[in-house]
Design a protein around this ligand. Structure first.
Ligand code: GLP
Length: 240
């Protein structure tokens, strides 16, 4: 794993450039996308490059990592809503080629075919990840099998607490989600992970220095052949 340390502004620009380069090289790239506050500035930089005419996303296909069970795509805390707001609405992308797991209706059937759908597009070329303070990636909580594909996950108390900052009240945070599994994520050809802030420091320490164990879901990335970890000084503080 490579590590890049910089301010949020610097690392967000660098990651956006990775996506831009990827799409310039292969206009019909398959991009793996994440939600959370961490990638917001990355997406803003991608929109800027698109508007400046440096890159077009019109032939790209995207797959998002996860979605809360129980939220419609129009709910302002759903990940479909987030993606439209922070990325897709600002790009020349074909929305029909953007895939986000469903949180309602036939969400289980859709989840069960998600890995096959990704494979039918040729697999993910470049995947961005955030990280939970407990070391989760997507919604793969501690104890998730390393060989997991897309599945239903129960959120831990810690995750519900962390994510409640975005809801009116903690009681509104869904307790379940559908998520790509750890194997689904490892299938991506290239991975970039972004983490900022002191509350990610332990997770980043465990990712870079700890043993590879299912108790620390992100530790599986240690065996990915092309994975770069982008952190700010705070998230890196325990490693230094
Ligand atoms: C959620 C998402 C993760 C994300 C994490 C961190 O739990 N399912 O994909 O990495 O939040 O979010 P943030 O970047 O807001 O700290």
């Amino acid at each position: 794993m490579k590590v890049v340390v910089g301010t949020n502004e610097e690392i967000s620009k660098l990651i956006a450039e990775e996506f831009i380069k990827q799409v310039q090289k292969k206009p019909n790239s398959v991009l793996g996308l994440a939600t959370g506050t961490s990638p917001i500035e990355v997406y803003a930089n991608m929109i800027k490059a698109n508007k400046e005419g440096r890159v077009s996303f019109k032939d790209v296909a995207t797959f998002n990592l996860d979605e809360y069970i129980g939220l419609e795509g129009t709910h302002d805390q759903s990940y479909r809503y987030f993606m439209n707001k922070y990325l897709f609405d600002g790009l020349d992308i074909d929305k029909a080629r953007t895939h986000v797991l469903k949180g309602v209706g036939d969400y289980l059937a859709y989840a069960n075919q998600y890995d096959a759908l990704i494979a039918s597009f040729g697999g993910i070329d470049l995947q961005i990840l955030g990280i939970g303070s407990d070391g989760h990636i997507a919604f793969n909580e501690p104890g998730t099998p390393f060989d997991s594909l897309t599945h239903v996950a129960e959120l831990t108390e810690q995750t519900i607490k962390d994510n409640s900052r975005l809801f009116n009240d903690i009681s509104e945070v869904p307790t379940k989600a559908v998520t790509m599994g750890l194997k689904s994520i490892m299938n991506a050809r290239k991975i970039v992970l972004i983490a900022t802030g002191k509350n990610k420091a332990q997770a980043i320490y465990n990712l870079l220095k700890g043993p590879m164990t299912e108790e620390v879901p992100c530790s599986i990335l240690q065996k990915h052949p092309d994975c770069t970890i982008y952190v700010d000084e705070d998230a890196y503080s325990l490693v230094k």
